[in-house]
Design a protein around this ligand. Structure first.
Ligand code: ADP
Ligand code: MG
Ligand code: ZN
Length: 474
């Protein structure tokens, strides 16, 4: 824009879905009555000792491997000191100079073009609590204190809101396929800080950046990036300078605002955590974790095209959401024809499960139910149109598709003798239309099919009707 180039680097915080918290055995669950998932360790009482949750380390390494990161054989914990009421210890146990994962690379696609973002590091830390501002007072809920939080830091390799969203989408998919996080932005399990600078294009130097904190939806990330880009260009155009600062985004107003000047690392007085041993990960341990990584999106796409002979278009759509890919896999395992299952999922299931603006697709049907619907359509028991009623009826329940067909009376009439006699009646009653057909107007067959459907309340097998019609009219 106006000869300016935008540069963006992200710091992404992602809550890991371990069963317990990072340094104590409290349950790691979203929500719950305030301060019910707390103990002396995670509510910061003096004299307690943390114990590291090995699963949290394993998940971070798993995510790091999936992002092609170097894994540290030796990493350690540090205290990041600051006072804020949501942090009862007044320090966050984090990792400073020796994080679990080092440099990596994530490839993603934007409008069919392959792009990549370098990862600078991934470290593990504890989440803080939540402040609840209500009725003029502020209360604090420590349930989230000590939830394992992974921080992914990218290099400044992104240049637009479109690139950021496409990259975040890829990241979300990596985190879901590896199984380390649910990635629910609405619940705050993925939050993103956007570092952004602008500079004259081709000048070879990056501008001064600002950091907008805690964006918790794709749409607020997009809007804040556009806002901040324009703001910085305006400041520079009017002869001003960008102040390196920490900013907030107000999604209701659609504006960002300055929160404070940027803090430096020394402001936090980082020092090694004396209560925790360093993490030592021999290569053999890392390889074990690597072997436990489930099939990721790219591998699924390859399997769908190579082994199941699906078109690449299908494979890409089916794997966009892990829940859909899992449904597809299980339905094929239950005996469905892959292409038929794919067609039905891409048209009907995604039509029902995807809502505009929703974060995740809703999969309201299981593999057994879907496989039953596909066989009922396949053997002509119900029509494709009727299957949509079945889908509506059993969606988000464990009702059986077969019973639903019975209950709704959707069985199709495949009895050609009966259909033939109905057709003969209609043909006899409409000599003009028959003459039309014989004069070459084949479009009128639709009239006859429509009449049969009307007479049989839509339950005649259209294939049988069409075959008989051609035979009788000839
Ligand atoms: P800090 O830890 O002080 O926030 P870092 O050097 O670790 O600073 O960088 C944090 C983030 O800022 C990284 O994602 C990095 O890619 C990004 N970044 C660094 N310089 C720039 C810049 N000039 N413009 C945009 N992003 C930048
Ligand atoms: Mg930062
Ligand atoms: Zn606890």
């Amino acid at each position: 824009m106006n000869g300016y180039e935008t540069t963006i680097g992200l710091e992404i915080h992602c809550e890991l879905k371990t069963e317990s918290k990072i340094f104590c055995s409290c349950a790691n669950v979203f929500g719950g009555e305030p301060n019910t998932h707390c103990c002396p360790v995670c509510s910061g009482l003096p004299g307690v000792m943390p114990v590291i949750n090995k699963k949290a380390v394993e998940y971070t390494v798993k995510a790091g491997l999936a992002m092609n990161c170097e894994i540290s054989e030796y990493s350690k914990w540090d205290r990041k000191n600051y006072f804020y009421p949501d942090l009862p210890k007044a320090w966050q146990t984090s990792q400073y100079d020796l994080p679990l994962c080092g440099k990596g690379l994530v490839e993603y696609e934007l409008n069919g073009e392959k792009k990549s973002v370098r990862i600078n590091r991934i470290h593990l830390e504890e989440d803080a609590g939540k402040l609840i501002h209500e009725g003029g007072i502020t209360r604090v809920d420590y349930n989230r204190c000590g939830v394992p939080l992974m921080e992914i830091v990218t290099e400044p390799d992104l240049h637009s809101a479109d690139e950021v969203l496409a990259f975040l989408d890829e990241l979300k998919s990596i985190l879901k396929y590896t199984g380390v996080s649910d990635v629910k932005m609405q619940e705050g399990s993925l939050r993103c800080d956007v570092n952004l600078s602008v500079a004259k294009a081709g000048g070879g130097k990056l501008g001064t950046r600002t950091e907008t904190k805690n964006l918790n939806s794709f749409s607020s990330a997009r809007r804040s990036i556009i806002f901040e880009t324009n703001r910085q260009i305006e400041v520079l155009e009017s002869g001003g300078e960008i102040r390196q600062e920490t900013r907030r985004w107000d999604d209701n107003k659609g504006e960002g605002y300055s929160m404070r000047g940027k803090e430096d690392a020394h402001d936090y007085r980082y020092f090694p955590e004396p209560d925790l041993m360093p993490v030592v990960l021999p290569k053999s341990e890392v390889e074990k974790i690597r072997a436990s990584i489930p099939e990721l999106k790219g591998e699924r796409i390859a399997r769908y095209t190579d082994e199941l002979s699906l078109p690449p278009y299908d494979a890409k759509i089916l794997t966009q959401d892990k829940e859909i890919a899992d449904l597809f896999d299980e339905t094929v395992k239950a005996g469905a024809n892959p292409k038929k299952a794919s067609n039905y999922i891409m048209s009907e299931i995604l039509r029902k499960g995807k809502t505009e603006g929703a974060e995740d697709v809703v999969v309201g049907i299981n593999a057994k139910q879907l496989n039953d619907i596909l066989s009922l359509v396949g053997d002509g028991t119900i029509s494709l149109v009727a299957s949509k009623q079945v889908l509506d009826d059993i969606w988000l329940s464990d009702k059986s598709a077969k019973e639903s067909v019975e209950k709704l009376g959707l069985k199709q009439n495949n009895d050609s003798g009966e259909i033939e006699s109905i057709l003969r009646g209609i043909i006899d009653a409409n000599p003009k239309v028959v003459a039309d057909y014989r004069a070459g107007n084949e479009k009128v067959t639709a009239f006859f099919v429509g009449q049969v459907m009307k007479a049989t309340k839509g339950k005649s097998n259209p294939k049988v009707v069409n075959e008989l019609l051609v035979k009788l009219l000839k």
